[in-house]
Design a protein around this ligand. Structure first.
Ligand SMILES: *Cc1c(COP(=O)(O)O)cnc(C)c1O
Length: 403
């Protein structure tokens, strides 16, 4: 059994003229040239062996699509210009006026914003469900529910849902489920094989999207998203919407992700190891009321993470949040973030540089979650710096601002 890391390095690729190098060629095209009029007229833009137009795919985009399918265990892939575009492409492909979509209360914020904006404008309703309560999801699925979004763990607040049970609820009710798998990245668990030994077919999600912007790129310099499926008809639906919306990705960005992908598992594990060291350190600090990291036994959803990702030795991304004691004012928490020297202030995550953002959790949730301590939430994305340097940075900033 060859490891996924090895497979990504030795993934099949043959250059058209037999040229051999570690990385595939970078083909740039809006126009694709046909041999004759008959070839132009008989083209089928959906076919992967018959190039039609740059928007519909090049040898470079098809190669990345194949590697991402390998990474996540899917069969078809559509590439889009950002992670958010992947969410939008899926929602717009699968929903129409009168339909309802269910979104976890702790979802990536812009997913909710899309539902409140364009989806509402198009006559599509949405409701939020509690991702830690499968019964709440089951109760909210109604006759017009066409799509359920899943995220594991939730953005910012890091609660890990019982994904297997949530997916089973969707399957039992015949509702399509789409996972935002940016955190898992295809490494922490297999989204299409949550329970590989299920009687009829493996239990898994119908759609997995990723912000390739995060770990697959790893550089903090690319925006891209992927939409992976295992069902040809579902893929085609998404691909038709993708074509009609005119979504494309640039060849130079494809090149950067192709260059980063072979090292994704090494980087993911390094981010993970450092984040766990720092999360543990934060747990012992008097300034910190709660540490939110699914691998910590006290963190909400820890048992679900452990069951899905393979126990205490299982993988987790390099992301965690802390809730600072409620005795600190918002101004003090801001001053703490400003006092950090190695952690930079900025959105996104998954690159080599550690980042910090304070969040207003009350403004992000319909209700204050019962499993959260009161206080101000600060999220860290751990980069590839030495973890003890990062610890010293946290220490000096706490000493300076949290007095
Ligand atoms: C970053 C992120 C996205 C969006 O990705 P962009 O490429 O920045 O649009 C979506 N979901 C999650 C969970 C993310 O962290």
């Amino acid at each position: 059994m060859i490891d996924l890391t090895t497979t990504l390095v030795h993934h099949p690729y043959s250059a058209p003229n037999g040229f051999r190098a570690p990385l595939p060629g970078v083909y740039k095209a809006s126009t694709v040239i046909f041999d004759n009029v008959a070839a132009l007229r008989s083209r089928d833009w959906k076919r992967r062996d018959a190039y039609t137009y740059g928007l519909h795919g090049t040898p470079t985009s098809f190669t990345l699509e194949e590697r991402l399918c390998t990474l996540e265990g899917g069969l078809q892939c559509v590439l889009v210009p950002s992670g958010l575009a992947a969410i939008a492409n899926v929602s717009l492909a699968l929903l129409r006026a009168g339909d309802e979509v269910l979104i976890p209360d702790n979802a990536y914020g812009p997913n909710k914003a899309l539902a409140e904006g364009e989806l509402a404008n198009f006559g599509i309703r949405h409701r939020l469900y509690n991702p830690l309560d499968a019964q709440d999801l089951a109760d909210k699925i109604g006759p017009s529910t066409r799509l359920v979004w899943l995220e594991a763990p939730g953005s910012v607040s890091m609660e890990f849902p019982d994904l297997i049970t949530l997916v089973r609820v969707c399957r039992d009710r015949g509702v399509c489920c789409a996972l935002d798998n940016t955190w898992g990245a295809g490494l922490a668990f297999r989204p299409f094989d949550l329970l590989p030994e299920e009687a009829h077919a493996p239990l898994g999600v119908d759609v997995s999207i990723q912000a390739l912007t995060k770990y697959p790129s790893g550089g903090g310099d690319v925006l891209m998203g992927s939409i992976i499926t295992r069902d040809e008809a579902l893929h085609l639906k998404i691909k038709l919407t993708h074509m009609r919306l005119g979504l494309g990705v640039a060849a130079n960005d494809l090149e950067l992700v192709l260059r980063s992908l072979p090292s994704i598992a090494l980087r993911y594990d390094a981010h993970d190891a450092a984040a766990r060291q720092l999360a543990n350190w934060c747990q012992d600090r008097p300034e910190v009321a709660q540490v939110l990291h699914p691998a910590l036994p006290e963190s909400p959803g820890h048992a679900a993470w452990s069951a899905l990702c393979g126990g205490p030795q299982g993988r987790a991304a390099g992301l965690f949040s802390i809730i600072l004691n409620e005795r600190y004012s918002v101004e003090q928490v801001d001053a703490f973030c400003d006092a950090l020297r190695l952690f930079r202030l900025g959105f996104s995550w998954g690159s080599f540089m550690s980042l910090v953002v304070p969040y207003d959790l009350a403004g992000m949730r319909s209700v204050w979650p019962a499993h959260m301590e009161r206080g101000t939430l600060v999220r860290f994305s751990i980069g590839l710096e030495d973890w003890q340097d990062l610890r010293d940075d946290l220490d000096q900033a706490m000493a300076q601002a949290l007095v």
